[in-house]
Design a protein around this ligand. Structure first.
Ligand code: 0RA
Length: 653
């Protein structure tokens, strides 16, 4: 490790630009941008940990919505920058892109590469305080964002109150940062516990042995007893795979785990097969998720296919006359985590979450080929199980291809039936059209009467669509409910999916606010997650939110979407109103359905994110998968569906 001095920090500019255009630096000032402030600070601490200097990172969500991140690393350098004449600490928090992370001499691999630096967090905070424990002393500095005294309409961002100050003695080492996001920038400055918890847990999996502590001082009846969680995984991503598979039935107990490096990257992977038919491959670059995949993922997939084919031949499980199996055969039922560390990463794709570096493909392929080949030599029992399963997948693929061909041939005849169910719209501008997938024929009938014929198409679903989890593609294609959805959207599915052919901008699921409705919604989301993921990635899927209550008095009618709103509405409408609780969409007449749920001017829609869908998939797996115990305990835990909205089944969808 080269000696690190303040002069090594590169300087690229000031903070006012950040406040002027926050979007340029953190993407948005919505909830996502707010959390970005925290990730910038956490990234720095994680870098210190993954480079072997810190063992512990503690994150505290404080009562005033400020957040504290403390690590026990070396502490940010406190010496004076030769050109800027201020401490390195001050440079880190006041200069854009400051820090060793852009100078690869100091950090070989850095999670912050796609980050913009801690100074952005300072620029967008009301205050930021830092304490450095180093050389036996505590050093302290505070920054604030405040109006300019000469021009009060202008805010000076992240301004040092005083230079870095040497305080009392300490025997600790490390860095402690507290910041309060600025309400002048963000709509709400309260971090979401679930979002933070999920990411901290993920970081703990990705950095094995590094201890993360998450405190939430806001969540407690007794203030002295805040919520505290500790995450530390000595098994790293192998533990991650077990976690993903906790409700599935594994085909082999031992997780295959490997770690290696070459000139391009350091790579680790962990995989385990289950008896499920789906493929779960989750990849990261420098701790950043890459849901769109990219070169590293392709390299690993190629290696898996090649290594297993070679192994199968060597073991006589594939004969000379047999064709090689395809990649998809080896990925059916796989749960695989890939974590790569490399420098100069380039992100591409719709959401800039796809690794573009061409050199990463052969590099990843080489590392995994070597490791997996050796591993299978030692684990022939596991190898043979995987090959047998994959041969079964290949046979099913062949059967499914035949079924698909048949389906295509039958299409013209069958579709005439299906089109009978679909009430299509007349408008030809697909970017304005909406497809409502409606639970039940009676609600479907009201929706057909109520709709705006030009833009809104209605597809009523009869009964529960089939359980996607337990069926291979060929069964999904046979199911009438799914066939009608596929036909209506016109995109095809799976590998053949083509977003360009999509006939609707919004696909809106309308189901009842009861257990069955939630179930149907979860199954539909699982179907989209498995076979039309791009629909979700591009934000085309929505959930309609019908009201739960109708409150009326004479000719005044109001609706309430939850119990809290009901109280407000009851108060507003005055004495002795008539109250109706909608048990299903079918109880609404066409006008009511239009007013409350379909009219773009007044309706409430929830856009489904890929995370929501993944969560729904997990739940569907649990409820319908093979693991009876998990299913039973889940149902018992969540049995009272009318308890509190946040606690019900619905919140899992
Ligand atoms: C560069 C060099 C040194 C430490 C750090 C960065 C560092 C930065 C952060 C940010 C949060 N926690 C941190 N911990 C360490 C080492 C300097 C030296 O050895 O004196």
């Amino acid at each position: 490790m080269a000696e690190y001095k303040a002069k090594d920090i590169q300087v690229l500019g000031g903070l006012d630009a950040v406040r002027m255009r926050p979007g340029m630096y953190i993407g948005t000032t919505s909830s996502r941008g707010l959390h970005h402030l925290l990730w910038e600070i956490v990234d720095n601490a994680v870098d210190e940990g993954s480079n072997g200097y810190a063992t512990r990172i503690e994150i505290t969500l404080n009562e005033d919505n400020s957040v504290t991140v403390e690590d026990n690393g070396r502490g940010i350098p406190v010496d004076i920058h030769p050109d800027l004449k201020v401490s390195a600490v001050e440079v880190v928090y006041t200069q854009l892109h400051a820090g060793g992370k852009f100078n690869t001499n100091n950090y070989a691999y850095s999670g912050g590469l796609h980050g913009v630096g801690a100074s952005v967090t300072n620029a967008l905070s009301e205050f930021l305080e830092v304490e450095v424990y180093k050389n036996g002393y505590v050093y302290y500095q505070k920054f604030t964002s405040h109006p300019d005294s000469n021009n009060p309409s202008k805010i000076i961002s992240g301004d040092p109150v005083e230079p870095l100050k040497k305080m009392g003695k300490t025997d600790k080492n490390g860095t402690r940062v507290t910041f309060l996001p600025d309400t002048r920038v963000f709509g709400s400055v309260a971090m979401n516990y679930e979002v933070v918890n999920k990411r901290i847990n993920e970081l703990a999996f990705l950095n094995n042995g590094l201890e993360f502590i998450l405190n939430d001082k806001r969540q407690s009846d007794d203030l002295s007893q805040s919520l505290k969680k500790i995450y530390k995984y000595d098994g790293g991503i192998a533990d991650f795979v077990k976690d993903i598979n906790q409700n599935k039935i594994p085909l082999h107990l031992k997780v295959l785990f490997g770690e290696g490096q070459n000139e391009v990257m350091k790579l680790s992977f962990a995989l385990q097969y289950t008896n499920s038919y789906s493929e779960t491959v989750v990849s990261y670059v420098n701790n950043i998720p890459t849901p769109e995949g990219g070169m590293h993922e392709t390299g690993v997939k190629n290696a898996i296919t090649k290594v297993f084919n070679a192994y199968a031949r060597k073991r006589g499980l594939l004969k000379d006359k047999d064709d090689n199996l395809l990649g998809e055969d080896y990925r059916e039922g796989i749960s695989c985590i890939i974590s790569v560390r490399m420098s100069n990463v380039q992100f591409e794709g719709q959401t800039k979450t796809k690794l573009g570096n061409a050199e990463a493909r052969p590099a990843a392929e080489q590392i995994v080929t070597d490791l997996l080949t050796d591993m299978l030599e030692k684990e022939k029992d596991i190898g043979d199980i995987i090959i047998k399963k994959s041969i079964a997948s290949a046979n099913a693929r062949e059967a499914s291809r035949k079924a698909k061909e048949l389906t295509r041939a039958k299409n013209t005849i069958l579709n005439s039936n299906l089109v009978g169910k679909l009430a299509s719209c007349t408008g030809k501008d697909y970017s304005k059209n909406e497809l409502f997938i409606v639970e039940g024929d009676s609600a479907g009938g009201s929706a057909k009467q109520a709709r705006d014929k030009k833009y809104q198409a209605i597809l009523p679903l009869r009964g529960k669509p089939l359980n996607v989890e337990r069926s291979r593609l060929d069964k999904v294609l046979e199911n009438e409910e799914f066939r009608s959805i596929i036909t209506a959207l016109d995109t095809s599915i799976g590998d053949d999916f083509d977003l360009q052919s999509l006939k609707y901008d919004k696909i809106i699921i309308l189901s009842d606010a009861d257990q069955d409705g939630a179930h149907i919604r979860a199954i539909l989301l699982t179907f989209f997650f498995r076979y039309m993921k791009e629909l979700l990635m591009n934000g085309h899927v929505y959930i309609g939110m019908p009201p739960l209550y109708k409150v009326s008095k004479k000719d005044k009618v109001m609706y309430a979407y939850d119990d809290r709103e009901l109280t407000n509405v009851m108060n507003e409408i005055g004495r002795s109103p008539e109250l109706q609780r909608y048990k299903g969409l079918g109880e609404m007449n066409a006008t009511q359905l239009w007013d409350t749920t379909m009219n773009p001017e007044s309706r409430v829609l929830m856009r489904v994110t890929i995370d929501d869908a993944a969560e729904a998939e997990k739940m569907v797996t649990m409820l319908m998968g093979d693991k009876v115990d998990a299913r039973r305990s889940f149902i018992i835990e969540h049995a009272d569906f009318n308890k509190d909205k946040d606690e019900t089944f619905e919140s899992y969808v």
